[in-house]
Structure formats: structure tokens, C-alpha cells
Design a protein around this ligand. Structure first.
Ligand SMILES: [Zn+2]
Length: 605
């Protein structure tokens, strides 16, 4: 009988929205909280690349070496490589799907069809020494057979060569304006991640899922027409060969006067450069360390502003007709200081914001952003792309699976950065209310998808991956944990996962409850089960207080509606309140929902 009752209780408990998730047990590689454990490992990929931009044909040709270290405990017989340019290959999955464009706030549109461009990448060589390796291309992924098994702690150096036609519109990740301006991301064969969770991560690049990459060092030489400027990941390694004495002197002024914006290439100079004919080519060499990717932009007529904060150079590159980009440098510097304070110090020596056709995209030390007429929109996109320098450039989450872990965490941090920049203005006071109106418009019972849904399967990516997690974290901070506890935990999350891959979005419950594990657990419920799809009500709840399971006094309001299993917690954020579900309350403030539902059913039996 006892066994029967226990079995029944178990089955009832399983039906609760607050039931424990079946999550992997902790291992020496990964702790119960999902963080890297004592035997955590990750692979390493260093790139030494040379690429030449042919502006006559708009073809990019590259060659180089990838130094790959197997730090896993397994022996690998093959490796996987990302070939993102095959998004535009004839017959690509993306082309067949012909996905509708993704819509973001402010009318920003991402079109993953490439607007009809057909291209794709040709891998001319993938070799070890003189031995060409056997490869098989699966759309945007390529498997490479190794000449001999690669055991633990062994390395291999691949010799590679490739070329591809640069699309005018590269699905929001690259593009060009004629043969005068190029933005290039996801442009070279990149090692796929091999991790302890999924092994080889071979999810294709379809469009919405950005990337998931190993960390390493870069040494990249780029050959472009002699009159072109380049903005890129890393630091220029040959400035005396590339920069004029005047440019170097102006740049030095930015260091002498921190916080002051120095025009290194002025508007009249940029306009004059547009028509200046400079014969030949120049090779720019950039180096970067501890980065997961490399991106760059080039053109002859870019304005260039620079300023410094805490020894970091903030650079903005933009066209003469871009408005309001004169303020962009100040905006980026403000956001850099803000995020360094709230999320941890920015780790690289420079950041470059580049104005152009890409609607907004992030790479290590490089952000692409269009010229937007409204000042608030301009700041938002610049600041949002800069926020990605923390999520996912430092917290190396898997964007092909979990966009909410970079877009959502970043968007949450963005609201603070927007409120700080526009402090005292109507916009600054009300911007976070967007989350409430998005909730009302999008969290529709029956149609809302859990945050854990893969980006290529999400109908409303802006809500599911950006705003919903931002709202979740806002509620967690303002109504459940309190600011001090939450901010401490959020910073610790960013610190402990820095330059790590395979960050898991889930954890199991642990007896020693910390604010940090509470963040993970609450995220579990909200991201896997989408409880915000529960019916909502406009009826004002009765005020009450509760103590959250994390031991912090919650400001949430609870109301019984109408059975214990329908309890809702209400969260007030500036401008309104919404119902949330926070699960069990502690004894004395309410019964365990799971237990209550179980005993009710047992009574009926
Ligand atoms: Zn983003």
C-alpha cells in the first residue's frame, strides 16, 4: 500500500509544473550548478590566416593554418568545421526553407535568405603538411577525417585555403556596398566545438542561430587596396607600416586625454579619401588573444573617431553621411564603462564600432551597427552589440541552441545600460516597460514557446530569446532575490564562465541553496516549461509577502487562485505588474504546491 501511495504521489508530482527536472548528475567535469568542475576541459583553436580582398570580382581568398589542441579525454578520428558561407550555396537548407525575415524592435529586419544571392565557399585545401585530408561537406558543416587518431593532449596543424564570393547582403552577418565597403563576419573555416555535453556540435548555420566556437589566438594578415582603412578584431601589429604619422599622433592624443573624443580621420578627410586613387595594395596584420572569432570591415572613405577609457581604445568608424554617429563614440564608451562595472572588466585593449549595412551584429572587439535616425535607437543597438562582448564573447554559450543565454542575458543588462545613459529623461524612466507590453502582446497561452526552443524553430525570436529572458531576470532581481543578491550572483555567473564553452542552461537542485543556483533553477522552470503561458488575469491580487526558497525576502505578491496549484506570484516592475510562478513557498508562508496537489488526489482515492 505504501509503495502504491508513493507511486501515486510520484506520478502526481510529475504532473506539476514545478516538478523537479530530470537533469544530469554532477560530474568532475561539470558541477551540480552547471559550472565548470575540477576536471573541466575545452579544446583550443589558434588561427594564423592570410586573406586577400579582390575588389574587382568581390571575391575573398584566404589561406593559413589552424592549430588545434585536443584537451578532451577522448581520441578523435575526425574533426568538424563550420563553413557559414554555404548558407548561400546552391540548394542550401536555408535557401529551401526561404524563411520569413525576423523582425526586431525599431523596425530592424534580419533576412536569412541572403535576398536571393547564390554563392557558397570553396575549400581549396584542408591538409596536414602535404597530405590533403578527406572531407565531406554537409551544408554549412564539414567533417574532416584525420590522417591518424588525435589522442588526448595532442595537437594537429591544418593547412587550409578557401575562397568565396562576398554577397551584397550576407544575412545580417556580412555584406558589401558595391566594391567600396565590406563588412566581413563568419568568413573563414572555423573549428566546431567539441564539448563534454554534445561531443561534436554539428548544428548547421541556418540563420537565426549565430555561432558556437572554441577560444584561441588569432594572427590575421589582410590585404586590401592601398587606399582602404580596416577595422578589425585585435590590435594592429604593424602600425608604423600602415598608419600615417598624423594618424598616430591623433591616436596618441586620445590616450593623453581619456574620455575625450579625437577625430583621427575627419569628415573632410574621409570625403577626400572617397575619390583619392591610391595604386597597389597594403597588408594589415592584426593579432588577438583569448577570442572565439575574428571579424573586420574595410573601405576607403571611413571617418574614424577614438577615445580611451581605462586604457582601452574605443574606436568608431563611419561614413560621412552617417548620423548621429558623431555621438557614437561617447555612447560606446559609456556602455563600455557601464558593463565593465556591472558584469566585469572588459578584457581586451580595444573595441571598434563600425557603421554600415549590417543591422547589428557582434564579434570579439568588433560590433557592426547601422546608422539609425532616432538617438535612443542608435544608443540601444550600439550598446546591445557591445553587451555581447560579455555574452557570448566571454561567456561562450552555444548560440545555435540557446540564443536566450546570450541575447536574453545581454538584453537584461541592456535595460540597466539604457536607463543609466538616459537617466532623468522620459525614455530612461519608461524604457523597461517595453517588457510588459511585449509580455501582454506575445505571452499568449497555447502559442508561446519555451525559451529553450532552438532559434531556428522559434516563431517570435525577439520575444523568446531577447525580451522574455530579460523580463524573467528583471523579476528575479526585483521581486524574488533583491538587487544585491541578484547582482552578486549575476556577476559571479559571468566571472566563473569566462572564456568557457558548453555553458549549460540547466542545473539540478542542490541542498545548499545559493542565490546563484536559484538563478539557474528559476531559469530551468521558465525556460523549459514556459509557465507564462498560464492563463493570465487582470484582477488585482491581494497583497501578501512570501519568502522565496532562496531565503531572501521576496517583494512578490501572492494570491490563491482558486486552488493551491493555481497560486500565482505577482511581480511589480515599474509601470505595471504581471503574474509569475515562482514555485513552492517556504513552510509557514504556504504549502508546497507539489505536496498539496498530491494529497488532494490521494484524498479522492
Ligand atoms: Zn544581440
Amino acid at each position: 500500500m505504501l509503495a502504491l501511495l508513493l507511486a501515486l504521489q510520484q506520478s502526481v508530482a510529475d504532473s506539476s509544473p514545478f516538478r523537479a527536472l530530470a537533469l544530469p548528475a554532477p560530474t568532475p567535469v561539470r558541477t551540480a550548478a552547471g559550472a565548470p568542475g575540477p576536471r573541466y576541459w575545452q579544446q583550443r583553436a589558434d588561427y594564423t590566416l592570410e586573406a586577400t580582398l579582390d575588389t574587382a570580382t568581390n571575391v575573398l581568398r584566404g589561406r593559413g593554418r589552424i592549430y588545434y589542441v585536443n584537451r578532451s579525454p577522448e581520441t578523435l578520428s575526425s574533426v568538424w568545421v563550420q563553413l557559414d558561407q554555404n548558407l548561400f550555396a546552391p540548394g542550401s537548407v536555408s535557401g529551401i526553407l526561404n524563411q520569413p525575415p525576423l523582425l526586431f524592435a525599431g523596425g530592424v529586419v534580419f533576412d536569412f535568405s541572403g535576398k536571393g544571392f547564390v554563392g557558397g565557399v570553396t575549400v581549396d585545401r584542408f591538409a596536414v603538411g602535404t597530405q590533403q585530408l578527406k572531407t565531406k561537406v554537409f551544408g554549412t558543416m564539414m567533417r574532416v577525417e584525420l590522417p591518424r587518431p588525435l589522442g588526448p593532449d595532442l595537437s594537429v596543424t591544418f593547412d587550409i585555403a578557401w575562397h568565396f564570393p562576398i554577397p551584397p547582403y550576407g544575412a545580417g552577418r556580412m555584406g558589401r556596398v558595391g566594391s567600396r565597403f565590406y563588412e566581413l563576419g563568419q568568413w573563414y573555416p572555423r573549428m566546431a566545438v567539441y564539448d563534454d555535453v554534445h561531443g561534436w556540435n554539428t548544428l548547421p548555420y541556418v540563420g537565426a542561430g549565430e555561432f558556437y566556437l572554441e577560444y584561441g589566438d588569432f594572427d590575421v594578415s589582410l590585404t586590401v587596396p592601398a587606399g582602404f582603412q580596416i577595422a578589425a578584431t585585435g590590435m594592429l601589429a604593424n602600425p608604423t607600416m600602415i598608419r600615417t604619422a598624423q594618424e598616430r599622433a591623433r591616436l596618441a592624443k586620445a590616450f593623453e586625454n581619456p574620455g575625450q573624443v579625437v577625430s583621427v580621420i575627419t569628415r573632410p578627410e574621409a570625403v577626400a579619401n572617397a575619390t583619392r586613387k591610391v595604386p597597389g595594395t597594403r597588408t594589415w596584420r592584426f593579432t588577438a588573444s583569448g577570442a572565439r572569432d575574428f571579424a573586420w570591415a574595410t573601405g576607403p572613405d571611413l571617418r574614424w573617431d577614438a577615445s580611451t577609457w581605462d586604457g582601452i581604445v574605443v574606436q568608431t568608424f563611419y561614413h560621412a553621411d552617417a548620423t548621429p554617429w558623431e555621438e557614437a563614440n561617447t555612447m560606446v564608451r559609456f556602455a563600455l564603462r557601464h558593463f565593465s562595472g556591472s558584469l566585469g572588466q572588459y578584457p581586451w585593449p580595444q573595441v571598434s564600432a563600425i557603421e554600415g549595412l549590417i543591422e547589428g551584429m557582434e564579434y570579439p572587439m568588433v560590433i557592426f551597427c547601422p546608422s539609425l535616425q532616432k538617438r535612443e535607437d542608435q544608443y540601444w543597438v550600439l550598446m546591445h552589440e557591445l553587451g555581447h562582448q560579455w555574452f557570448p564573447m566571454q561567456v561562450g554559450s552555444d548560440e545555435r541552441r540557446y540564443p536566450w543565454m546570450d541575447e536574453g542575458f545581454n538584453t537584461f543588462a541592456d535595460y540597466d545600460a539604457a536607463e543609466a545613459f538616459f537617466k532623468g529623461s522620459a525614455y530612461g524612466d519608461t524604457v523597461r516597460r517595453e517588457l510588459l507590453s511585449a509580455y501582454t502582446a506575445t505571452a499568449i497561452p497555447g502559442s508561446e514557446q519555451p525559451m529553450i526552443t532552438k532559434p531556428d524553430e522559434v516563431r517570435q525570436l525577439y520575444w523568446t530569446a531577447y525580451q522574455k529572458p530579460a523580463l524573467m531576470l528583471t523579476i528575479l532581481r526585483e521581486s524574488v532575490l533583491g538587487r544585491d543578491e541578484f547582482d552578486r550572483a549575476f556577476r559571479e555567473y559571468a566571472r566563473s564562465t569566462r572564456r568557457r564553452v558548453s555553458i549549460r542552461p540547466s542545473t539540478r537542485s542542490v541542498p545548499a541553496e545559493t542565490a546563484r543556483s536559484c538563478i539557474y533553477r528559476t531559469a530551468d522552470r521558465w525556460c523549459y516549461r514556459s509557465p507564462w503561458s498560464f492563463a493570465t488575469t487582470t484582477e488585482q491580487p491581494k497583497p501578501a509577502t512570501c519568502r522565496s526558497r532562496c531565503g531572501t525576502r521576496a517583494a512578490a505578491l501572492l494570491t490563491a487562485w482558486p486552488r493551491p496549484s493555481d497560486w500565482r506570484a505577482w511581480s511589480s516592475i515599474r509601470g505595471g505588474s504581471i503574474p509569475i510562478s515562482i514555485g513552492k513557498t517556504t513552510p509557514g508562508n504556504g504549502e508546497s504546491l507539489v505536496d498539496a496537489a498530491a494529497s488532494e488526489l490521494l484524498d479522492e482515492i
